[in-house]
Design a protein around this ligand. Sequence first.
Ligand SMILES: NC(=O)C1=CN([C@@H]2O[C@H](COP(=O)(O)OP(=O)(O)OC[C@H]3O[C@@H](n4cnc5c(N)ncnc54)[C@H](O)[C@@H]3O)[C@@H](O)[C@H]2O)C=CC1
Ligand SMILES: O=C(O)CCC(=O)C(=O)O
Length: 420
Amino acid sequence: MQSRIFDSQVFNMACRQFDAAAEILDLPMDDRDRTKFPKRCIAVTMPVRMDDGRVEVFEAYRVQHHLSKGPTKGGTRFHPSVTVGEVAALAMWMSWKCALVGLPYGGAKGGVAVDPRQLSLAEKERVSRRYMQELVPFVGPNIDVMAPDMGTDPQTMAWMMDTYSNIVGCSTPAVVTGKPIDIGGSEGRLESTGRGVAYLIKRYLESHGLRPHQATVNIQGFGNVGSHAALGLLGYGCRITGISDISGAIFNPGGIDVHEALRHVEANGTLEGYMEGDRLTNDELLLQKCTVLVPAALERVITVKVARKLKCRFLAEAANGPTTVSADAVLDERGDIEVIPDVLCNSGGVICSYFEWVQDLQSLFWEHDEVLRKLFDILDKARHSVETQKERLGISRRNAALTLGIERVARAKALRGIFP
Ligand SMILES: NC(=O)C1=CN([C@@H]2O[C@H](COP(=O)(O)OP(=O)(O)OC[C@H]3O[C@@H](n4cnc5c(N)ncnc54)[C@H](O)[C@@H]3O)[C@@H](O)[C@H]2O)C=CC1
Ligand SMILES: O=C(O)CCC(=O)C(=O)O
């Protein structure tokens, strides 16, 4: 089957990854399209009253990739480049990620084509509430559970949860995760994606005979994931030599003062004007020598051209889909860079979201230490299964992670059969 709905570079990339994994698995032809293509796609246009009185209409989507292992789960992105194809690719990756780490979910993703930096707080609240209002018939604690992604945060989740709860008539915290702790959020969720990225990097450094304090790290994207990865790695003793955001990059081979940089971003919104080290472009930062390079912003930033020139020992994919399929082939051919693939590397966020959902459903809440201990346990198990699969089949780490996730989804579908 050829999709006419989702056709786009990023969706085609997710499909090519799937096709390669399906070949390795020798997945029966009858199971392939059924496992690959998203089950449902909701596209809406949302009128929103702006502060100046105008009504602006935004396009928004929610794609629910598969329904065979439980409710669907995944973040909601506010970004000007959001398209239905991008959202569908992100939903596919959520499916493989959840299956890889053993969560009882199908994948989903949502997005609004809007630049959140151009919205006032009140406008952002109206966009968030309107988005949830449009999606109420299609989501719920046992149907589809949203979470934050680029451009959204705990406050956005609070507005969405409140909107859903008001419409259905009872407080329903389990309809979204990544909420503030005061209204049913989980300890540890805010930092969980970045902490998980940092933890896996530490484990991979150690398994390659390196100690964290010997490692230098450059991070593209200094939002939720990038900044918490930086703090986690700093805590392990790594030296953060480069950080960047939409305004450009800061590079300091002596080590960046991450806390000071964070204070600057909290006060000013971006790294612009932060006076430390050298200013580089985002592209230049990717090519600086370091032990670990962490893309933590957009998809498809590691292109063939970049892959050929990378000077890192590890590529830790905190972002979803940062490496194109052709760039991946270059990295395979080079063989000198250890890739920690996105579906494993950034899985800490959805693992902690699962903990939040479980706690909300039971109204029984866990301590911070317990959350992190459980998170690291799951990451260790997933890492171990990926390494075993990689060795057993003699394939790349990405294909190892994808085949594990895809096989579990395909098996669930085969077991459930076709209704009617
Ligand atoms: N928030 C979460 O729990 C999870 C997020 N992710 C992925 O991590 C990545 C980052 O997400 P968040 O940190 O949540 O988003 P965020 O909105 O908190 O931060 C995004 C960062 O990327 C920067 N950025 C945006 N456009 C850029 C560009 N063109 N060049 C360089 N930097 C740019 C922004 O300035 C900001 O620093 C995304 O790929 C997301 O899908 C993955 C798993 C979970
Ligand atoms: O926490 C979640 O439910 C989803 C996080 C997410 O969007 C992702 O892993 O890409």
